[in-house]
Design a protein. Sequence first.
Lengths: 322, 379, 517
Amino acid sequence: MDPVVILHAGVASGTVLLFATIGEILAERSGVLNLGVEGMMLIGAMSAFSVTVSTGNGWLGLLVAMLAAGMLALLHGLVTIHFQADQVVSGLALTFLGVGLSLVLGEGLNKAGAISLLPVVTIPMISAIPILGPILFTHQSVMVYIGYLLVPAVWFYIHRTRQGLDLRAVGENPTAADAMGLSVQRLRYFYVWVGGLLAGLAGGTISLAISPGWFSELTTSGQGWIAIGLVIFAQWDPFRAALGSYAFGALRRTILDIQGPQTLFTLRNPFFYNPYLGFFLQMLPYAFTIGVLVLGSRAAQRKHLGAPAALGLPYVRGERGH
Amino acid sequence: MTTPPLDGPRPKGRLRWPFTLRIETRLDSPRGLATWVSIGAIGVALLLGALVLRLVGGDPWQAYGHIARAAFGDLGVFSDTLVKATPLILVGLACSVAFRMKLWNIGAEGQFYMGALGASVVILSGLVPESASRPVTLTVMLLAGMLFGALWGLIPGWLRARLQVNEIITTLMMNYIAIAFVNFFVFGVWSEGGFQMTATFQRSAWFPRLSDFADQWPGLRGLTTHFGLVLGVIASAIVWFLLYRSRWGYEIRLVGDNPKAAEYAGVNITRNTILVMMVSGALAGVAGMSEISGVVHRLQTAISPGYGFTGIIIAWLAKLNPIMVVPVSILFGGLILAGREIQPAGVPRLIQGIILFMLIASEVLLRYRIRLVRVAAEG
Amino acid sequence: MERIPPMTAVPLAVEMRGIVKRFPGVLANDQADFDLRRGEIHALLGENGAGKTTLMSMLAGLYKPDAGTIRLRDETVSFRSPRDAIARGLGMIHQHFTLIGPQTVTENILLGMDEPRFLLKLRDYDRSMAELGERFGLQITPTAKIWQLSVGEQQRVEILKMLYRGVNVLIMDEPTAVLAPQEVEELFKTLRAMAGEGKSIVFISHKLQEVMAIADRVTVLRQGRVTAPGILPAATTKEDLARLMVGRPVLFAVDRKPVHPGEVVLELDRVCADNDRGLPALQRVSLTVRSGEIVGVAGVAGNGQREMADVITGLRRCTEGRIRVHGEEVTNRPALRMIQIGVSHIPEDRTHVGTAPNLSLTDNLIMKTYREPPLAKGFTLDHKAARRKSVSLKAEYAIQAPNVEVPTRQLSGGNLQRVILARELSLKPRLLIAMQPTRGLDVGAIEGVQRLLLDQRDAGAAILMVSEELEEILALSDRIVVMYEGEIVGEVQERDPALIGMMMTGGKRAPSEGRAA
């Protein structure tokens, strides 16, 4: 139960959640709810591992993972944006599709791979900073560092660029955006696609870096859904997303470690003596997600924040005049 | 009343195609169109599934043929199909009821597990003595299953009604929590000999099944269809009655269609949200109990190969109609049964996913109509 | 009305001639002419549905006219989109703002522009926006988020948006509808400043008082036609304008028996309520309606009528004041209670509130009666009885539909109204709140509906009727009150359309009861 170890692992596995959450944030900011994250992540994980094992190139695997998940996302986009089907059901269908597809195509994949297939890096000098160094910059997968860079980059994109301005407009008030000349459809397709790319990246990160290998559905074990909950906790902001993702990662590691020692803070460790209590620990991430949602909903109501106003609603160029 | 679009697409160049495609909102709904569209969607889905199978190197027609035979080939396998269909009917009903009110209950899986747990608890804790008669035992188990399932639906329902917390994620999370909870009891509290299951329940906790009557009717030998199916059909009738013949069902449908109109009509939406989620959970709980009493006769891990999620597809395919849920469930029951033997393992899930996708994509045909319209020469 | 001879030396900023525009079922503009001089504030006056917004929408590039020409400074133009129009210097600010709530003023102004292409140097642009605002006397905080601003401030942002894009002709659609009195003054100052800088402004409004105060010239529209082309306010009177707006009443041959009103059924006592945006919509409204009488509420839509209906029927919170029905205190009681004590409501919004589009005709018709016998039997709904009832209602109210199972979304607007009327009137209510009861119906149907309302009245119902059609108010009402800006500005004794028109547009207040202390 070493805090440094826990936080180190937290940042590592949290990176997966981070990618998925940020992807969904971008999609939802444009007004499209994509519940298919779990399916897209799984396809990403499967394709990344499969391609890497056959070609030996981890980066290629990641690329394929992103594109595969992106294609699934575009399907969701087509059905919800053009056909105006219900976004909830379409997302669920996408999950089934993604999970089924990855199980079928991943059949027979060698489950091997305990070592990371992507570079693991320690940054000199910075890794010597007390506390933060060993946690953040020592012996972390390159994906983790990509995550560090992604967060401020996405924030900057959303809040300080013209494109980000358009993104926010389309999700808040598509009627106004349309009136001001923005193409609501084109932008939504784009960001749904990007959401898919990032979900694929998340999946690839699992199977190549964090828990290398292919373990069918256990590869993701519901992290796609947790990511969706985290989006609400993050109030659609990349920095809060990072906070939530890393915290969840740390939680998962804590759950693993807490069953080890005989004493916990000088008290008898119940989890050591009764290993079946571990099941309650397993519940924690999911219970926490619910808690996070409750807090998020109330905070939103209090502080006049909240979801992009047009989230989940199909945009139809309405009747003008009367 | 729609205003014509500002400007149609301008034909470019010399050659002017004198027609244009105009997409209009459909004002009528020809009888049977919905059914044909659904059938068409499934057909296309099966074709796509075949394509994927071919890509993976499998033989799709052999696979489909196998499914057909393995599910409906003879009385024995059909009986097994019905066994698989039984929990599907109940879960499909659970989802239908909730979806009618636009409550996205994705937690039928968890409510299923809790129902199974409830039914098992009354036996394993000794609440119902071994000496109790079969009707009493089964009734108590049923009530417990409903209660536990209803509770599991109540929590996300309350959160949604009172705090506007998104029920999609909460019900989903409750799934994982329920499974872990059940596992605790299976591995920890009541484990039999260290295995992942409890002791087998007494005979009085078993649903009667067709093969019980093999002495009188030898043809029934080996048929495992159990009383749960009867429960499912009864539940389907009850839900139908509830939705279409009761005042409450009317309110549910009204809220689902137009909450503002429901408000205007004086309906209490908060109360209905909570109640509907409880009913939905209770139905899924009965499914769990039915699986315990009818099939496994003990509490164990992995009682459900994802019934809760298949229930969503069934509900959607049945267009939320409780009567249609029955035949659709039988279809999917066959798919799940036969699918167990198909390689690769994800095929049934994949086909389910494609079917659902095609279904929602095809709904656009019900809402819009494409017409070829002659365009007057540009002035 | 004198016609000012055209100043031929100066080319007109805008000239519209012979404009015709049709929508399915309605002729919105009928041979309308309109011209606008450079640097003038020209008001377009008329009631709802007179065609003012439609006419200007064509100028702004939203629609194309079916006939007629538009010229800008002697050049004939045709716009394909609002962007086209803005590129030529014509911009319109609509009643519903096109602003993004969580974004800042600067971000909103920059939305949709080509520059800057990538990086938003917000601080620099903040400064530019502030400078632009100062130039035209518009006080704004560029870094404020839209949701933090008052409506008046939001409107300033909309104006700045147009100015930033180099618009020279600014069309404002009912700009004062959402403003408080002080904000109106601010707006007028701004408009005068802009006109002084050579901008031309079209001011669409139904409010006489304001039009007289701000406009250089006034054009009046009524039912798609121009009844007064570009006249000087100084050369006319409010009464004349009102009459041009509202026209002469055509009294229907509806025989209304003399009224013997009974006891008081509805009492509104200094009721206040807010609208959906949280701004006050009802200001200390007091009103009584007795059984056996029809009280007609005249007024242009958007002056608090909807909020009043909502408050009475339990769909909206009343923030102050009391409501009593038959002496029973019902302030803020839930909608169900109001239904139970016999209050019927014909809502303004047929599709989004009054009916459930995917449910059958029968389901829609039983919305108020399903809780009681004969339709309710214990927990169940007697569907046969429901069907019988709906079949008979369908016949009685001449609802045109293939059968009673069709979903109501397939019905035309007029038929939808018939469904609602059938449902509400067949209840024999003690109190009926009727919002725009004949909107969208053809003449024959209108007569039928009015007959029905009178029948209810004769049977002793108390009816509060809100209608935009002054003729209808005059024909049906036993008493007439006028609503303007959330207040009852008075009860009308003499049935003079000009007088009522003036009260509807804020031109006059009757010194009578109904006015809050």
